[in-house]
Design a protein around this ligand. Sequence first.
Ligand SMILES: Cc1ncc(COP(=O)(O)O)c(C=O)c1O
Ligand SMILES: [Zn+2]
Length: 421
Amino acid sequence: MSYVTKMVCSRCGKVYDPKEGHVMCDKKDLGRLDVFYDYEKIKEKLTKESLSKRPHDTWRWKELMPVDEKFAVKLGEGGTPLIKATRLAEAYGLKELYIKDETRNPTGSFKDRSMSVSVAKAVELGVKVDTTASSGNAAAALAAYSAKAGIKTVAFVLSTASVSKVAQLKLYGASVIKVRGIEKGEDPTVKMMLAAVEEMGWYPSPSFGPFNPYQVEGPKGISFEVAEQFEWKPYDWMLVPTGSSCLLAGIWKGVRDLKEIGFVNYYPRLVPVQPEGNSPLVRAIKNNIPFEKIEAEKHPHTIASGLSDPYPWDGDASLEGVKKTRGTGETANDEEIAQAVKDLAKYEGIFAEPSGAAALGALRKLIDNKVIDRSDRVVVLVTGSGFKDLAFAQSLYKEPPEIDADINQLKKALKEEGVPF
Ligand SMILES: Cc1ncc(COP(=O)(O)O)c(C=O)c1O
Ligand SMILES: [Zn+2]
């Protein structure tokens, strides 16, 4: 059972019947086929009472998902903890700081939420081969869910994709094609994925709304879960690491859904955080530039490889979300992102990759600039595991001492490490 009533192209307004299985607007206008639901019917089935008996995963919210649960491919995605970050809050001078820890997802990033839904749709459509364009995390997630569903994945990844992400992809059985040329300001993986969809007829499943509207619905679970974890009481801010801004678009849709079904009556203020070296969406927010006028970043450069999409494909929905929730946008430079990786590990025991930690990288600035008040209740999304980029983690520390099993050598090493004894 699906409660989807229609799908409407965000660019040209063309209405699609959800039963027909369209994933892109046939006018090829880069519109996203926004999914509409029958909220009145959903309200009859989805109540806080009915919810309390369900498992904590994507399908806990099945009435608000665009595919029937009977097609679901499940690896235990979602249901991630909302961690009260008391030591980090103290270090940053905040009263209440929470980390939504998405590193816990099955393949190590929030993209499992997106791909769990997209692959469910692929199963419904009887897809044999799916394809994606990705910096690595979305592809790894797609490959894992496709492996479980018995679907072949062909993944176009950036030539800069980390060893860990490529290793995951290969072991999940995907064919991986590395594509050069991101520094030229047009994502070459997207170009190749679209060419392959056109030529080979494969199912497109990148985490960009205009090429697959189903996966946008997966990350809504983050909004649902945080609201429930706060027992439906309001929180002030949600900071979101942002590249293509599909994640932000999903989160915005989620907070809207919750209001539509009457579970909450507030919006948290949404804040996309982009790396300083690739921030077209944040520039648009700060300079009041409409979506149609956003230009792709000409030479993206950042240590946060997952946030290196030069163009915010879902910028229309995410700009609306920022505006309607009275949010804002902020950047974090490479040092601030690296510091965020260290702080998450050091204060809270959370191991994140740079893209996953980037939202925290902008928090100090937002506090110092008095955008966020020290008494506000703040949620920072941490979206990707540190195991995704061990080479980066390794660049942050000096090699540990190596000794023979000898107490005197130990004492010498401890002195050098500054450990009291
Ligand atoms: C770990 C991580 N966080 C955040 C993002 C940003 O998501 P989006 O491109 O939807 O803005 C990505 C995208 O690849 C990612 O890999
Ligand atoms: Zn269209």
